[in-house]
Design a protein around this ligand. Structure first.
Ligand code: FYN
Ligand code: ADP
Length: 597
């Protein structure tokens, strides 16, 4: 929609409150536009159709006008959740997710999500209204005074401020490019209150907008880098492909599958890469993780960093003697960021470029005569995997009373299998770790979780965005502790009538509910919550469906009904309060000095 048309809508009832909503055309008689409309038009011209945010000073009218102009405005109850929603929308779509907040505290709430997005390489733009520059810079005590740009800078990929209406087009274009080009990440865009009411000639305004051409240009890998990688891979005795969430983000699904199948190399998916190939694929080594990492001799990393989640590429996980010793593997790494290479261990064959281009270049060098990996390796991986899967099947078949993580997740596993298009959001400690290894994924980008930082609090923001962006049913498997960080957004889920089924694994506390206060005082232990809490009643307050489930059969019935009806549902799944280990599978990261073992 052009400037002339957007201008007309500034006289709609939705935008008549406050001075900022005055109709520039009516005042001057000339065809004018203003900062509000230029921001909206700059986003729209770049195909942005959804904003996640929270209205308030100075962006209230912006949210109204955006809605009036056809942008879907999803309003949240807390900016961090809106920010998480924007971040995961960016991951799912390769378009920057937009989060819109008020100044100072609203901005800071959104900033946590922006930093998390940047850490995870998710493209997102946090747009915050801010107070008057003159007053902020002289520190004269403005309403919500804060130098937001300076604070945002170290926590995101790029940060920009726009002071004049005619620069809005450039500001938005720069933000979009910064978010999605190269390694994706979070961008901050600071819009001071005064900008919104600034008016300018409508035609000049229209001309000032930039439709970004090729926002994430392909980055073709060098031929010698591809040759080096192929040589290493071809000579491997025990090769392994490691798929990370960068591979999921890249949307090169068919080529990645071909790479695995044509080479016949076993692959290990990182958490959010699960489903890139179906977890039931014969070359999946997910259930043989602790076998393949130390045993592999050549590892091809595709969009995965050798960070803490991969024990920094060394130590016992990789067969090293001590925790700093390398395991002797040779690494090939595909990544868009050249600086990622050698960040933890030597990368023998760096392949710098976008994953789509890199994988297709590798495929071009892999002909029909490509040798399959030695049979001993394939057999050893398959044996180990099948043994672990059989062991897991035994555990899943049990039906203990009370219900535990395994018996509850056995239900979730079946529901996801029957609904492979549903999106699984997952956070917690044990609720996260057990779900990751028990619930198979069948399609790419269907598993959204705590990511690189292992954060709590992404749950409801991710669930809202997943439903809004995809229109598919969303199943959010939440630890009771994790759910608390964003639980109020069940109102948002109900308000927008989203097909989200939240399952709270309730074991009465952080990790589990059995800690006691050693002093014998009235306060509960710090890790314990109200016992027997009824999270299901929370959603009933807003018209959603609440279910209290204490058996796998009850859980199954409730989940089936939630997915079938697409009604907002929260299931309070009561889990044995003794179930769960401290910090799940990362207990080693939680210092225990002074704690009774
Ligand atoms: C995996 N496994 C399976 C299967 N899939 N067994 C049977 N069947 C299936 N389908 C096995 C796998 O081989 C491992 O066993 C084990 O299950 C766990 O697999 P996972 O989850 O892949 O591996 P692991 O060791 O937990 O992975 C390390 C990690 C992961 C760091 C990448 O823990 C992770 O992503 N953690 C994030 C934690 C987090 O962020 N927590 C939130 C904060 S909690 P073995 O091979 O025998 O080892 C705050 O307190
Ligand atoms: P995981 O946590 O699943 O291991 P990481 O977030 O650590 O994954 O790694 C993702 C990597 O993917 C990052 O280093 C990032 O630079 C890279 N990446 C993201 N998108 C692309 C892309 N389109 N092409 C190449 N690399 C990418």
């Amino acid at each position: 929609m052009g400037i002339a048309e957007t201008k007309r809508s500034s006289s709609t009832p939705a935008s008549t409150s406050g001075a900022a909503a005055s109709d520039p055309q009516a005042e001057s008689g000339a065809a004018l536009t203003d900062g509000f409309h230029l921001v909206i038009d700059a986003l729209k011209v770049n195909g942005i159709d959804t904003i996640f945010g929270l209205p308030g000073i100075p962006i209230t009218d912006l949210t109204r006008m955006a809605q009036a102009e056809g942008i879907r405005m999803i309003s949240f109850r807390h900016e961090q959740n809106a920010g998480n929603a924007a971040a995961i929308a960016g991951f799912m779509t390769q378009k920057p997710g937009i989060c819109l907040t008020v100044s100072a505290p609203g901005f800071l709430n959104g900033l946590t999500a922006l930093a998390n997005a940047t850490t995870n390489c998710f493209p997102m733009i946090l747009i915050s209204g801010s107070s008057e520059r003159e007053i902020v810079d002289l520190q004269q005590g403005d309403y919500e005074e804060m130098d937001q740009l300076a604070i945002a800078k170290p926590l995101c990929k790029a940060a920009f401020r726009v002071l004049h209406a005619e620069d809005i087009g450039v500001g938005v274009a720069r933000a979009i490019r910064a978010a999605v080009s190269g390694r994706p990440g979070g961008v901050y865009l600071d819009l001071p209150a005064k900008l919104f009411a600034q008016s300018m000639d409508a035609e000049a305004g229209k001309r000032s907008l930039i439709q970004v051409v090729d926002p994430a240009p392909r980055q073709i890998p060098a031929a010698d880098a591809i040759g080096r990688a192929l040589d290493l891979l071809e000579g491997a005795k025990r090769p392994l492909i490691l798929l990370g969430k960068g591979a999921a983000y890249a949307q090169a699904d068919a080529d990645i599958r071909s790479l695995v199948e044509k080479t016949g190399i076993p692959y290990l998916p990182m958490s959010m890469a699960k489903g890139l190939l179906p977890d039931t694929h014969e070359l999946s080594a997910a259930a043989a993780r602790s076998f393949v990492l130390p045993e592999a001799d050549v590892v091809l990393l595709v969009g995965a960093r050798l960070n803490w989640l991969l024990s920094h590429g060394k130590g016992k996980t990789w067969g090293g003697k001590g925790h700093k010793d390398a395991g002797g593997q040779k690494f090939i790494q595909i990544d868009i960021s050249p600086q990622e290479m050698d960040s933890n261990v030597r990368i023998d064959a760096p392949v710098v470029g976008d994953i789509g281009s890199c994988v297709s270049a590798l495929l071009a060098g892999i002909g029909a005569a490509w040798p399959k990996p030695p049979a001993e390796w394939l057999t050893a991986v398959a044996e180990r995997r099948d043994r672990n899967i059989a062991k897991m099947a035994e555990t899943l078949a049990k039906d203990p009373v009370p219900m535990n993580f395994h018996s509850a997740l056995n239900v979730v596993r079946d529901i996801v299998k029957a609904n492979p298009d549903a999106i699984l959001v997952n956070e917690g400690a044990n609720a996260l770790d057990f779900t990751r290894s028990i619930v198979d994924m069948y399609k790419p980008r269907k598993r959204l979780d705590v990511g690189t930082w292992g954060v709590m609090g992404i749950g409801m923001g991710f669930a809202v965005a997943a439903a809004v962006v995809s229109g598919e049913p969303v199943i959010a498997i939440e630890g009771d502790s994790a759910f608390g960080f964003s639980g109020m957004e069940v109102e948002t889920i109900c308000r927008y009538n989203l097909p989200v089924c939240v399952v709270v694994f309730n074991n009465n506390g952080v990790y589990r509910g059995t800690d006691v206060n050693p002093t014998g005082g009235a306060d509960l232990a710090p890790t314990v919550f109200v016992k027997g809490a009824r999270y299901d009643r929370l959603i009933e307050a807003f018209g959603g469906v609440g279910v209290h489930a204490t058996t796998p059969a009850e859980l199954r019935r409730a989940m089936e009904e939630a997915v079938r009806s697409r009604r907002p549902t929260l299931i309070n799944a009561v889990i044995d309060e003794t179930a769960g280990t401290e910090s799940g599978r990362i207990t080693s990261l939680n210092p225990t000095a002074g704690k009774k073992k």
